[in-house]
Design a protein around this ligand. Structure first.
Ligand code: CUA
Length: 366
């Protein structure tokens, strides 16, 4: 990117950027005003009350707490309190806006890794250190890390969020101008942290559609997730077809976003984190009515693969509708529930998961 003339702030290219800049300007103006006021008063009082020859200091004349002193104390307590409450409420309202992605957001998946950003689009396109998005649409990033803590930061959008191993965090924005903007990693993550950078390309919707159309040729994330589902043998136990309960494992249709009753009497919402945990640590949350015989798939699946599996489970339908972001995509592979081959997938199945030592093999292989 070419060097532009001197700029105090990065470009403001998202819907939230103006609000963040407004608050920031308020903080700077308040701080500058009081810094200046205090500095000038120090100089003025030092001059006014300087020691003069022939004048002696009488402390007993200076410690009377008059009514005037009381009023002054109240005023200089209440005004800063009011100002800091304005900053607090203003900051909190921006924080809440930034931390809750709108329901109509287009989803993109981000995996941080020392030292690069891997991006996956629902339609299957993948990129590294680049993120192509359409202008004027709410974009929700669902992010995780393969190793240490990173932080996905786009200064022009005035937004950033930590990217953590073993967890999903989200970040959203709506770009307001076509252009190219920096991505930085804003959490020290090792030797090449400073090189963990990239570019967001904000495109017009037609340009974005054309870019997406070029595609990866590997199918959508949900389709890739479905083949992973087959490769790992998940379909041997988990029915992924409506009204097909084989009784051994929970049916996955309509699971995403639903409330799941657990064996221990508690309940949990089936979100990304729940699905991830159930694949890697199946024994930690057993669904009511089922037994603990699912083996762990830890070490058999990458974070990128996990996101594809999650996208596949999402594509099997959501009970409350709002979670099914797949419906908002411009390029979609159809709303029909995919029908999986029952039992062991035919011939082309890649090696079944090698069970870790001490772990029961997938039930279907017994
Ligand atoms: Cu990744 Cu710093």
């Amino acid at each position: 990117m070419q060097v532009k003339s001197f700029q105090l702030f990065p470009e403001a290219a998202s819907t939230i950027a103006g609000q963040v800049d407004g608050l920031y300007a308020f903080l700077i103006i308040i701080s500058a005003f009081f810094s200046l006021l205090i500095a000038l008063l120090i100089v003025y009082f030092a001059y006014k009350y300087r020691v003069r020859p022939g004048v002696t200091f009488h402390p007993e004349h200076h410690d009377d707490h008059s009514i005037g002193g009381m009023v002054l104390e109240i005023v200089w307590s209440v005004i800063p309190l009011g100002l800091s409450m304005i900053m607090f409420v203003w900051g909190v309202s921006i924080y809440f806006t930034e931390s809750r992605p709108p329901a109509d957001s287009m989803e993109v998946y981000v995996t941080g890794k020392q030292w690069m950003w891997k991006i996956q689009h629902m339609e299957g396109a993948r990129e590294i250190n680049e993120l192509h998005i359409p202008v004027g649409r709410n974009i929700k990033l669902t992010m995780t890390s393969e190793d240490v803590i990173h932080d996905f930061y786009v200064p022009a959008f005035r937004t950033k969020a930590d990217v953590l191993p073993g967890r999903y965090t989200t970040e959203w924005f709506q770009a307001t101008q076509v252009g190219a903007y920096h991505i930085f990693c804003a959490e020290y993550c090792g030797t090449k942290h400073s090189g963990m950078v990239g570019t967001v390309y904000v495109m017009s919707q037609p340009d974005y559609n054309a870019w997406l159309g070029a595609g990866s040729g590997e199918g959508s994330m949900a389709e890739q997730g479905q083949s992973l589902f087959n490769q790992l043998g998940c379909g041997n136990c988990h029915a992924s077809v409506i009204n097909n309960q084989n009784g051994r494992c929970p049916n996955l249709v309509g699971l995403f976003g639903s409330r799941v009753e657990l064996k221990d009497g508690s309940a949990v919402k089936a979100d990304e984190a729940y699905i991830r945990e159930s694949v890697l640590y199946p024994q930690s949350k057993i669904v009511a009515g089922y037994d603990d015989y699912m083996p762990t798939f830890k070490g058999l699946i990458t974070e990128d693969g996990m996101l594809k599996l999650i996208e596949y489970v999402k594509s099997l339908g959501a009970k409350n509708g709002t979670q099914n972001s797949a419906t908002s995509m411009p390029v979609q592979t159809g709303e029909a529930v995919p029908v999986l081959p029952r039992g062991r997938p035919q011939g082309k199945m890649i090696a079944p998961p090698a069970p870790s030592p001490g772990v029961a093999p997938p039930a279907g292989n017994r």
